[in-house]
Design a protein around this ligand. Structure first.
Ligand SMILES: NC(=O)C1=CN([C@@H]2O[C@H](COP(=O)(O)OP(=O)(O)OC[C@H]3O[C@@H](n4cnc5c(N)ncnc54)[C@H](OP(=O)(O)O)[C@@H]3O)[C@@H](O)[C@H]2O)C=CC1
Ligand SMILES: N[C@@H](CC=O)C(=O)O
Length: 803
């Protein structure tokens, strides 16, 4: 063991939630011995302190539940012990005995024969005492001799049970005496101490962090490491802000301030014992030990870059009539002096002559409501009462030197229709705080967090349709790292399953549908149009009419849409017009580049020519990849029926290949192009030559595919006839003078269109500027890869246009 450095590693309950996590945490300690002398501090196993608190509640009325409650805890600990150790009998007996002790203490508590508060602390201490025993035994069983220490032997406190104050000098001396001499790796119980009469005390919730700080101080540790279940200190609580990011570095001042203002990172006292030392504090993720986490040092100067949001609550906003305002103010002042929670009471106005407004912690409000009840017997005193409110606080060192920062924050909230119920700005303490109801608090926290990430924009995506195009798109998205943009896939669905994960679905090759629900568009639309949505791009890769008909609802809610589906633009003209108005009114965007020519830049070229003042006079050529593929296959002797099935299997043909063969797909493309240019045309006005044999026009898809081979010979003859004359068949379309014509053309094999290969499209654009020779766009016009890439390009353009 290299003892040149001393590292104190504290493992919280989340790092000790089951045998696998305990094993992982002990492995971290074992690996550390290569580099330093480790001292371990542990919390109780996850959920155990809560279970102990629950057992103590109303104990007098439920003594019959003591045995079962204790037995559950005993079994939980012994099972883990047996699973992870090589059966160290003495330690197992000690563990077992702890639960006998617990039973006796719970009975004593029910009989009310001893100081209740002291008894409760002793009961709560069982969690840490049991976990330290297990942790040390696991280390020893794996070849690293370790010894558990009960910290009440050396952490000396006053007798404030539940939140005892530590006597730091005595504690420091005793920790050194006990731990420095240990030949083994010490595993210390967090959270507990003892008073001058050696009665066990506790240091308050999350007090194990504080224990670790005290141990680090006494041992002059080089590192104090807090091991938890997230990648260090995050920019916000991920339950409020799923995009919260890990902060690389913080100063001691930053962390103390954040902890005091509700960031549940580490116990506010943790840093105090070591703040004048050179100890580096690291907050790390025991599930992801290679992540650097957050480093907190006394020397670090955050220089205003403290990018953090906290959300605290719930609060109550109370306004009383002026006759009672002063009395309530005095009473609250008196009560708040005894409160350790700095946010229990907030005053807004407090003059004798006007209604006063108070913002109170909801739990504290109970005290106040009794008083109001007494007053209410004489008259109505409560003028306004709002509950379930939350404070969103943004921290920055820059409020004092950058006046525009708070204005920018206000503008951000206002532009998202967020009106705080109350706002406070506190220059000295470096934060600005807004009070909202729960829903607005969530949106505000997300907006502020995303804004604070500076250039990094967070864009939510929902992908409907995970077939050929949708699935390929998700694969392409996985390997994309666009500068300044983080895409968060909040949902995806196909016709069977819908998966929704507000915090973002992990982008893997295939979506894991195990937590999905059956697809239900009514429910999905409710979620997609929830009022707090911001910067959401809905991608429709379904080709489904049901989905395309939902666009108006999405646009109305400010959602942006990207789609390769030709449907929405080709329903009745009135629907198209309606979409255009909604897009304008709601300042949203609609990108559908891949609906004509797949990945080829056809629509953007038309838009650019028009916006440059050019006037388009004709669009003609081949816009069906499947048709080019089909004719080329036929020329190589592949039967008609096989070529169609093959085109679908390769992902060129539409979900229903009859849409290609009927010419419907080409009609939709020309209709889209014409409407994009501003022409008003109904689908019925377009003449289309269908390749579907008369007899198969009204049969279902399976019968159609079954009977297609009956027509193989006819097509073989038609193709050879053309080939014999040096000609070829191509399916073309022309839009000119407001009219569209679509059908088969017989062309010389060596003409530009006759030479098309694979799934090529060739689109000629004639305009005032391109009036002699057309502007020609040529390339593959079908296929999942090129189409998905085109959809991705539209997503990126949309994302870049959003603020
Ligand atoms: N393939 C190409 O080359 C090009 C395709 N496009 C267009 O892209 C779109 C998708 O084509 P492609 O990927 O080939 O088609 P697929 O048939 O391979 O995929 C369609 C997907 O949409 C899902 N779906 C269908 N209806 C619904 C519904 N009502 N609700 C939810 N999901 C639904 C299907 O679910 P399930 O998996 O359960 O069946 C499937 O996952 C079409 O509009 C097509 O015109 C555009 C340009 C080129
Ligand atoms: N089925 C279509 C796909 C692209 O829009 C085609 O073959 O062109």
């Amino acid at each position: 063991m290299n003892t040149s450095e001393t590292h104190v590693l504290k493992f919280g309950g989340t790092s000790l939630q089951n045998p696998n996590y305990i094993k992982q945490s002990t492995q971290i300690v074992m690996d550390r011995t290569q580099q330093a002398h480790p001292f371990v501090v542990v919390s109780a196993l996850e959920g155990v302190t809560d279970a102990l608190i629950e057992l103590t509640k109303d104990i007098g009325k439920k003594t019959d539940l003591i045995e079962t409650g204790v037995d559950n805890l005993r079994q939980k600990h012994l099972t883990i012990f047996d699973k992870l150790t090589d059966g160290q009998h003495k330690k197992r007996n000690r563990l077992d005995k702890l639960f006998d002790e617990l039973t006796q203490d719970l009975h004593k508590l029910s009989l009310d024969i001893e100081n209740k508060r002291a008894l409760k602390d002793r009961i709560l201490s069982i969690g840490e005492r049991a976990s330290a025993l297990i942790f040390a035994s696991v280390l020893s069983s794996n070849g690293l001799p370790a010894e558990s220490f009960e910290a009440h032997q050396f952490i000396k406190t006053d007798s404030t049970f539940g939140k005892a104050k530590v006597k730091q000098d005595t504690t420091r001396k005793l920790i050194r005496e006990y731990l420095q001499q240990s030949k083994f790796v010490p595993v210390v119980t967090g959270f507990i101490g003892s008073d001058s009469q050696n009665r066990i005390t506790t240091l308050g919730r999350s007090g194990s962090d504080y224990t670790a700080g005290l141990v680090a101080d006494a041992l002059n540790a080089d590192h104090l490491e807090i091991w938890t279940d997230v990648n260090g200190v995050l920019s916000a609580d991920p339950r409020w802000v799923p995009t919260a990011q890990s902060i690389k570095e913080l100063s001691f001042g930053d962390i103390t301030e954040l902890s005091a203002h509700g960031a549940k990172v580490i116990h506010p006292q943790t840093i105090r014992p070591i703040q004048d030392k050179g100890t580096t504090v690291l907050v790390k993720n025991s599930y992801n030990p290679s992540h650097p986490g957050t480093s907190i040092t006394s020397g670090f100067e955050s220089n205003g870059a403290l990018k953090t949001i906290t959300v605290t609550g719930p609060f109550v906003k109370l306004q009383v009539d002026e006759t009672h305002a002063f009395e309530l103010f005095s009473k609250l002042t008196e009560w708040s002096e005894q409160e350790t929670d700095s946010e229990a009471v907030g005053f807004k106005t407090s003059s004798e002559f006007e209604p006063a407004r108070f913002i109170l912690r909801q739990s504290f409000f109970e005290k106040v409501s009794n008083l109001l009840g007494q007053w209410a017997s004489s008259r109505d005193v409560v003028l306004d009462l709002q509950s379930n409110l939350f404070k969103v606080k943004k921290f920055s060192n820059h409020f004092s030197d950058d006046e525009s920062l708070s204005k920018r924050i206000w503008d951000l909230l206002v532009s998202n229709n967020l009106q705080p119920i109350n706002a406070e700005r506190n220059l000295d303490e470096r934060f600005i705080s807004f009070l909202f109801d729960r829903q607005d608090a969530q949106l505000a926290a997300r907006l502020l967090n995303d804004y604070l990430q500076g250039d990094q924009k967070v864009i939510d995506l929902f992908v409907a349709g995970t077939g050929a195009v949708g699935h390929t798109l998700l694969k392409q998205l996985k390997s994309l790292e666009p500068e300044g943009i983080t895409f968060r896939l909040i949902g995806a669905c196909n016709s069977r399953n819908a998966l929704w994960q507000e915090e973002g679905i992990a982008l893997k090759n295939d979506i894991d549908w195990s937590d999905s629900e059956p697809t239900n568009w009514e429910l999905l639309i409710d979620k997609l149009t929830a009022p707090h949505r911001n910067n959401l791009i809905f991608v429709d890769a379904t080709g489904s009419e049901e989905v395309a008909r939902l666009y108006p609802q999405l646009f109305e809610n400010g959602t942006h849409i990207v789609t390769p589906s030709k449907l929405a633009n080709t329903f009745e003209q009135a629907f198209f017009d309606d979409l255009q108005s909604l897009i304008k009114e709601n300042n949203t965007s609609f990108r559908y580049e891949t609906t004509a020519g797949a990945g080829l830049p056809v629509i953007s070229t038309l838009n650019e020519l028009q916006s440059a003042g050019d006037s388009i006079t004709e669009i003609s050529g081949v816009v069906s990849g499947t048709m080019t593929y089909l004719f080329n296959q036929l020329e190589q002797g592949v039967p008609f029926s096989e070529a169609i099935v093959d085109a679908r299997e390769k992902g060129y043909a539409e979900p229903d290949p009859r849409d290609d063969l009927s010419g419907e797909d080409v009609a939709r493309k020309f209709l889209t192009l014409a409407r994009t240019l501003g022409y008003k045309i109904e689908r019925e006005q377009i003449a289309v030559e269908s390749l579907i044999p008369e007899a198969l026009r009204d049969v279902d898809k399976d019968t159609f595919l079954d009977q297609l081979s009956n027509y193989d010979q006819t097509w073989e003859q038609r193709i050879s006839a053309a080939q014999n004359k040096g000609q070829t068949l191509r399916y073309t379309g022309r839009f000119k003078d407001g009219k569209v014509n679509i059908g088969i053309e017989v062309l010389p094999k060596d003409s530009p269109i006759g030479q098309l290969k694979g799934t090529d499209n060739l689109i000629q654009i004639f305009s005032d500027l391109y009036n002699q020779t057309p502007l020609v766009i040529q390339g593959p016009g079908a296929g999942k890869e090129v189409t998905a890439a085109g959809v991705l390009a539209d997503i990126l353009k949309t994302a870049r246009s959003l603020s």
